[in-house]
Design a protein around this ligand. Structure first.
Ligand code: OGA
Ligand code: MN
Length: 287
């Protein structure tokens, strides 16, 4: 099958055409998609009508799948699939906007995910775009002084802070003792070297990064706030406007993403996500 790869909107985003994920893929096609994924951190495949098994089978071409710690959001028969929806059918994520803050998925894991593959099943006709930030470009655009300040540094990530913030706002049930025990601090480099591309990228996110080690708390907070503001400047952003059947697959290590608002009373928005396991990240050496 001949696939085509076309950059859309930005160099780090490409649309793949000529692939039907409801049929088994040959090795050559998988290799071409994998290569496209290292060349472009975000891939878009339109009009895919696939079932849950096909979503999982496609995802497994890129690695083992990661299961989320909040079991209520997983499909009972297919826990590899996380449901994000504003309609309260069995096992859906109970929010209007899943991930409506800048984050990369599950960076609080010691081996954070390599990527996520999101399938839009029902999408609103307006609003509800997903925004993506290019963390390679964000790193490269930092001034030398900031690079010197962050290269070789370690940040602490934890899911507990995010979850408790949402629980206080009534958007999450109280966590179980098992969940609390699972959500320990994890450490990752603030800037890392991507194992496939060899490029440097920033690796902090508003969702789960708690602090930068070796700085006073107020310094750490100020630097994180400055880095977040830097990363979400318009030149680093791609906004995906969903159509039903879209698949967006992102390299979770060198991008951040953020859900946006839509009329939740008027429209349903239901998405299925698989998450691909990754490895520990290699840091950029201190200057
Ligand atoms: C996700 C996520 C945002 C959205 O699937 O990980 O954060 O717009 N989604 O649905
Ligand atoms: Mn997410």
């Amino acid at each position: 099958m001949a696939i085509s790869v076309t950059e859309i909107g930005a160099t780090y985003v490409a649309e793949i055409e000529g692939v039907d994920l409801s049929a088994p893929l040959d090795g050559e096609t998988v290799a071409a998609i994998r290569q496209a994924w290292w060349d472009h951190s975000i891939l878009v495949l339109r009009g895919q009508s696939i079932n849950q098994e096909q979503h999982i089978a496609f995802s497994r071409h890129f690695g083992e799948l990661q299961v989320h710690s909040v079991k209520d959001w997983l499909l009972p028969d297919h826990p590899e699939i996380l449901v994000l929806s504003n309609r309260g059918r069995g096992g859906v994520k109970p929010l209007d906007n899943g991930g409506a803050y800048w984050h990369s998925d599950m960076t609080y894991e010691a081996k954070p995910p390599m990527g996520s593959i999101l399938h839009g099943l029902t999408v609103p006709p307006e609003g509800g775009d997903t925004l993506y930030a290019d963390m390679y470009a964000a790193y490269e655009a930092l001034d030398d002084e900031t690079k010197e300040l962050i290269d070789g540094r370690i940040a602490v990530h934890n899911y507990r802070h995010r979850y408790m913030k949402m629980a206080k706002g009534g958007k999450r049930p109280q966590p179980s003792a098992e969940q609390l025990a699972q959500w320990q601090d994890t450490e990752h480099p603030v800037a890392f070297i991507h194992p496939e591309s060899g490029r440097k990228a920033l690796y902090i996110n508003e969702g789960f990064t708690v602090a930068i080690k070796g700085l006073e708390p107020d310094e750490s907070e100020a630097l994180l706030a400055r880095l977040y503001a830097h990363c979400v400047q318009p030149q680093f952003i791609y906004a995906h406007k969903w159509r039903p059947g879209d698949i967006v697959m992102w390299d979770n290590r060198c991008t951040m993403h953020c859900a946006t608002r839509y009329d939740v009373a008027k429209y349903e928005r239901t998405m299925h996500r698989t998450t691909i396991k990754g490895a520990a990240l290699c840091h950029v050496a201190a200057a």
